[in-house]
Design a protein around this ligand. Structure first.
Ligand code: ZN
Length: 122
C-alpha cells in the first residue's frame, strides 16, 4: 500500500505502521511532505489553512470578506469558455490568486496568502 500526503495527495512511499495511530486512524503525515510541511508550520504558528476546491470556495470567500478583503471568483478561458478556476483576493497590483487545489493561508493578523499546489507531473 502506498501512502499519500493528507494535504495534497502526493505519494510519500510505502505505508507502514507509523501511518495508523492506536485507534486505527490515519495519522497526519503532512509534515513529511515537502509541499505541505510549510502549511503544518504555519498552522503551528497560529495560521489557518484552507484547501481551495469547488466545495470550499464559498466558505473561504465568506471568511475573506469578513476580514474586510475583496474576494471574487477568478475566471480564465478554458477550452474557449470563461470558467471559474479559483479565487482572487484583493484588487489591483496587490491582489493574490489561488487556483483550485492551492491552499489559502489566513494569518493571525487577518492577511491571506496563497500556498501553491505542487506541479502535477505530466
Ligand atoms: Zn502534501
Amino acid at each position: 500500500m502506498k501512502r499519500a500526503c493528507n494535504g495534497c495527495g502526493q505519494h510519500l512511499g510505502d505505508a507502514d505502521n507509523r501511518d495508523v495511530d492506536n485507534h486505527g486512524n490515519l495519522t497526519d503525515v503532512r509534515s513529511e511532505c515537502h509541499n505541505c510541511r510549510p502549511l503544518v508550520e504555519l498552522e503551528a504558528a497560529g495560521c489557518k489553512t484552507f484547501h481551495l476546491t469547488l466545495r470550499t470556495i464559498a466558505r473561504i470567500d465568506n471568511l475573506v470578506d469578513r476580514d474586510g478583503h475583496y474576494a471574487k471568483g477568478y475566471f480564465e478561458a478554458v477550452d474557449g469558455k470563461t470558467t471559474c478556476v479559483g479565487l482572487r483576493i484583493g484588487t489591483g497590483e496587490d491582489r493574490i490568486v489561488a487556483r483550485y487545489g492551492d491552499h489559502l493561508v489566513r494569518h493571525p493578523d487577518g492577511t491571506w496568502t496563497v500556498h501553491q499546489a505542487p506541479e502535477k507531473a505530466s
